[in-house]
Structures are given as C-alpha cells and as structure tokens.
Design a protein around this ligand. Structure first.
Ligand code: PLP
Length: 358
C-alpha cells in the first residue's frame, strides 16, 4: 500500500508525549488535585440546559471574554480564548511565526514552545538559563540582538523549574525585541508576580501577550480552556488564524461558571502552596536537591544517592507513583518533576521517594 508523504520537516520531528499510565498517585502533569467545588457542578448543569444545540456557538466568545476582562481589569477586546493555552500558543505561532521567522526560548522551559513553533514552520533559537534557571539580562540581550526573534517565549513561573521570570527580564525583552513577547502564566496564580499588571501602565507595550489557562488552578484540565491578554489589535489577527466557532458553547459556559468561584480557586492555591512548601522541605531532608518553586510542582535531582533520575522514576512507578521524568532533557540531567497533589498523595509520594532512594 502506498503512503502519501507527510511534510519533510514533520518526518524529522517527534511528537510531544507525557505518559498516561494507570497508577494510584498521578503527579506528572501539574493538574489540580481537587475537582471544582460542588456548587460549580450544579450551576454548570443548570446553565448548560440553555444551550441551543442546533446552533453554532458565539463565535466571538464575547460573554466569556467580558468576564475574563473584568477579572483582569482589561477590555474584552484584549482577551482571546481558545481550547487550552496550547491552542492559544499555536494561534500566536501561526500569527507571528511561519517560514523564515524565528521563535526564541530560554532552556530548560516548556517544550511545547519549540514544538508548536516548528509545526508553524518557524525556526527555533534556544538560549540558556543560568544554574538557578534564571535568565541573565546579558544572555537575553545577546539572544535578542543575534536572533532578532519574531516571537520570544518567557514562562512565569517557568515549567519545569518553578522559577518566576523577573519584571526586569520581561521589560528588557519588550524594549529590545521588535517581535511579540509571550509571558506564559499557566501557573501565574501561584506566583507573587504577574505580567498582567503591565497592561495597566499608560505606555503599555503593544507586543506583550500574557497567556493563562483553566487547566491548573481552576481545576479544569478536562475542559481544555485557555486564553491570553494582549493589545486589542492582536485579537483581529488571531481571529484570522483560528478556525471559525473554535470554542464550543458548553466550554464557554464552563469557563463563565468557573469564574464565579474565584474565592474557592484562591483557597485551593493557598492549600497547594502550603503543601508544596511541606513537600519541598521533606524532600530536602531526604538529601534530595530541590529547586525553590513558585508553582504547583517541584523540580528535583537525586544525585545525592548516586542514583540516575531514570532509575528513581522507575522505582517510584513500581510503587504506583507517577512523576515527570525530565532526566533526559537538555540541562536537566537526572532531574524529575513532581506535581503537588492532595496531602495524602504527597505523603505517599514522600514515603515512596524515601524507599526509592535506598
Ligand atoms: C507552561 C505551560 N504552558 C501551557 C500549558 C498548556 O496548558 P493547557 O492545558 O491550557 O493547554 C502547560 C501545561 O502543562 C504548561 O505547563
């Protein structure tokens, strides 16, 4: 049988995979460990009865954009919503990327920036973070001067390291680059800093894009909903790129109802942050190298015990605990990343880790 040839560049690429394995304790994809509150479910079921199933959804996703704009004190025209922040990133790459254009990342960081940019036929330039996983200003400056990126990806807090980007880094990127600057705040609510504040400034940059998601702190990874805040002119461009009616009616309702439960979301963030600090301290006491995190996950290395990260990952899996194996990623030799779960899940993880290190 003849197979039609796929794109040449695609043949050389690998897909992005995070194993979905049946385990007792799943701490590998930075989801929230709790479902949304019960009242969310009740309110959602009520609202969903009003859906006109035979009609296309609101193409402009206007009501949801209005609600998000109110949440962030911006204009609805500045908000673009899509199926998860990955689709937002894809839309950004299709808008600013393409053949002959360059996307800049600071490694190690979220692998999808490079992946999505390449799919959008962009070339990808990688600069390196320092040992504390910060972006040194001189590295940033040089990378922008040399690469002249059409797109620069910053991630705050950075996945998989948990490090927030500094205001200085973001402002420098905005000042030096003539391309779009994306600040991915998928874990923004865990951090003490948000680039969204920059939209309030009188001379707010026209090239800043801040992305957020419902997948983490809003406990709605199953829904696939994300958004970005940017200059109103960008929305017009994103609209050209995204498919018509890309966001279904049910999802738009889910997002709007979720936003009614902001206090509960903030309570979950506090709970998870407290747990993160407990787990981090306990891991350090086991002799594990732990990086400070402002997110709902912790990056760690088990060099203390002369055990390769891959072996520790496997020993945890043998104990039905799944964490993210970053040990083969550039700049993260022997590193693993654990998502903060419920108190009980975290306790099971710590016990399994202690055993795995013996
Ligand atoms: C930094 C970062 N950005 C974006 C995403 C994608 O999130 P979403 O579920 O909204 O597509 C993730 C998911 O893990 C992430 O870690």
């Amino acid at each position: 049988m003849k197979r039609p040839p796929v794109r040449d560049d695609l043949q050389a690429m690998k897909g992005y995979h995070s194993p979905q394995l049946e385990v007792d304790v799943r701490l590998n994809t930075n989801e929230a460990p709790f479902p949304p509150p019960e009242d969310f479910e009740k309110a959602f079921l009520q609202e969903v009865q009003k859906v006109d199933w035979n009609r296309y959804p609101d193409r402009l996703t206007w009501s949801l954009r209005e609600d998000l704009a109110e949440l962030h004190q911006v204009e609805p025209q500045q908000v673009f919503v899509a199926n998860g922040s990955n689709e937002v990133l894809q839309t950004i790459c299709l808008t600013f990327g393409g053949h002959g254009r360059t996307a800049l990342t600071f490694e190690p960081t979220y692998a999808m920036y490079g992946q999505i940019a390449r799919i959008a036929q962009c070339s990808v330039a990688n600069a390196q973070r320092d040992e504390a996983f910060r972006i040194p200003i001189d590295v940033l400056r040089r990378a922008i001067e040399v690469e002249e990126p059409d797109l620069t990806f910053l991630c705050s807090p950075n996945n998989p390291t948990g490090t927030p980007e500094s205001l200085e880094v973001i402002q420098t990127a905005l000042r030096l680059s003539s391309g779009a600057v994306v600040v991915d705040e998928a874990y923004g609510q865990f951090s003490d800093f948000t680039a969204l504040d920059l939209f309030g400034a009188q001379d707010a940059s026209e090239s800043l894009i801040v992305t957020r998601t419902f997948s983490k702190t809003w406990s709605m990874a199953g829904v696939r909903l994300g958004y970005c805040v940017a200059s109103p002119w960008m929305y017009e461009e994103f609209e050209k790129v995204v498919l018509p009616y890309h966001l279904d009616s049910v999802k738009q309702i889910a997002g709007r109802v979720a936003l009614r439960f902001q206090d509960e979301m903030e309570h979950r963030v506090t709970q998870i942050s407290d747990e993160r600090d407990r787990v981090s301290k306990a891991m350090a006491e086991l002799g594990v190298e732990v990086w400070p995190s402002q997110a709902n996950f912790i990056l760690f290395r088990t060099a203390c015990c002369d055990l390769p990260g891959q072996e520790v990952w496997k020993r945890l899996l043998d104990r039905s605990v799944l964490v993210r194996n970053c040990s083969g990623w550039a700049g993260l030799t022997d590193c693993l990343r654990v998502t903060i779960g419920t108190e009980q899940e975290n306790t099971i993880f710590l016990a399994a880790l202690q055993e795995a290190l013996q």
